[in-house]
Design a protein around this ligand. Sequence first.
Ligand code: MRU
Length: 339
Amino acid sequence: MLKTIAYENQQLYILNQNRLPEEQVWERCDSVEAVAAAIRTLRLRGAPLIGVSAAYGMALAVRDYTGAAEGLAGHYAAAERLMAATRPTAVNLFYALARMRTVFETAAGEPPEVIFAALLTEARRLQQEDAECNFRLSEHGQALLPDHANVLTICNAGALATCGCGTALGVIRSAHQRGKIEMVYACETRPLLQGARLTVWELMQDGIPVTLITDSMAATVMNRQRIDAVIIGADRIAANGDTANKIGSYGLAILAHSFGIPFYVAAPASTIDENTATGQDIPIEERDPDELRRLGERVLAPPEARVFNPAFDVTPHELISAIITEDGVFWDFGRKVRS
Ligand code: MRU
């Protein structure tokens, strides 16, 4: 399986996702500041991977601390604030920070190298747990797909967004292993093209049939091709099932509803935020207007153009047919009815 992050020889390395699909570049990313910057700039991205990366970042914060013992707690809290400020929507980030804090507090008073070892073990555990969740939810999810399935997805909820086989793409991988996938339609995912750059590349690496479409072609594809399911990942699922995912997901859900196509969300259970009652309470990241005004060096719009650039939208639970987690398939999420 594709790897995205690795702590080896006492250093943290990441696959720089901004360089894909042109080249696979592994970079040293070996301080809490470097990890925070990599998350902010989407070199590391995808909700589960953001969480695991943040966990490693917190371990590095302690490893690199050279001050007096009584200053460590303050240093840790500052590193936590830095990490928490990187991207607000994916709850996996906050879930991982909470797990790391518990370990930090349990180890309080120990020498820094002992605290670091405990934090590193927890980061590795989070990474391993993610791989296991991916696999289990994928096995549950593939059972929902018919033979010869045509599936539509958006963004990248694959191995590149996680530490395993992925969530939405994990379901597709499991179905493909059983010979059930005819075609995956990948929305390009403006403005940062995670669908075109990452999903298409990732599926092609595995020999899974994939067709790239622009986001605006989804209605035509649903109308003209037989689409059996839309499957997306999630950055945060509110307690009532409303789901934040990459901008464009909500539009796909409305289209799927209109065409009578099942709309599935696949995510580890840790993406469910019981502290967030509904989608209205999910903080939505707004990104740099230049992501719409430019494409690299190329100018796409007047430099002063007013821009609205939310990175995510919220699909109301009424439009979601089922939520797939490692614990099973929830058909009526609000009432926790699952199979
Ligand atoms: O901005 P990104 O690339 O981090 O957005 C990623 C997504 O929206 C994914 O669909 C989501 O994080 C789920 S990844 C398993």
